[in-house]
Design a protein around this ligand. Sequence first.
Ligand code: 0CN
Ligand code: SF4
Length: 318
Amino acid sequence: MTDKPKLRVLLCAPRGFCAGVVRAIDAVEEALRIHGAPVYVRHEIVHNKYVVEGLRAKGAIFVEELDEVPDTSKPVIFSAHGVPKAIPEEAVARNIFAIDATCPLVTKVHREAELHFRQGRQVILVGHAGHPEVVGTIGQLPPGSIILVQTVEDIENLQPKDEENLAYVTQTTLSIDDTRSMVDALLRRFPRMIGPHREDICYATTNRQEAVKHIAPVVDALLVVGSSNSSNSQRLKEVAERSGCKLARLVLRAEDVDWDLFSGITSLGITAGASAPEILVEEIMDAFAERFELHVETVSTADEAVFFPLPRELRQAV
Ligand code: 0CN
Ligand code: SF4
């Protein structure tokens, strides 16, 4: 007999690591294995403090800019979020051995932007100012070539050079619903604007949001496991709130759970951002199991079988 209150736990599937994150983390691990510690990583390889701390303990040194890297024969790995063109150029100029762990789905957006530019189109980027992916995408083209829009109001105020010659691209980790409204607003103002064949929002972002939409309306609370600087994780919390969940929280790990908030609930949804390791989901489940009698069900809304091979520089080394 247990006197713990019962808690029905609905685990979202898919959740957690996407193919781009697995590849980026593997790239750092493989670089450490081949080249020995230390290896340098420009920016958090993925936006998760637990992952970053784990790699730091194995000998990765994290920097924000290349000027923090000494003259070295050790590799410098670029994070999954992508970098402006100037960064690999700087690496070549300094004779730095660069390994690019940019997610192939971010690189795809870079190439789209470049192609539009070469075909004479002005490029509109839908995204969040200051996010490293947005900085990287803007940095694919000469300064001033890409216009960033963050809101429908920004779209109303747009003054493009030639309304007939426009294209848009988006950040990969945005809210599906917000982006649809933004794209609709763009097409209302500029009906001849060209966009991607499919969304630039990636499969992992899409599937994790879809799973949350299923679960959020039927649970008392929903936890998103992830870091606060992770765009895709923050969007999952927003999606939960907009789908009718009154209590949605983003937590890195069990010690961050505010237990007072969850004391009266009888059902809980759990998901994890694309950069959050499953071990932290397990840690949080264990912490709930200490306080509740859990009945766990997995609710699966999509199958994922995406795999990206390691960056070229590491494949050759292997
Ligand atoms: O959390 P992440 O490292 O990055 P954002 O969601 O903040 O973009 O997840 C991996 C996604 C990428 C690129
Ligand atoms: Fe790539 Fe999407 Fe994962 Fe970002 S969230 S690393 S774009 S698969």
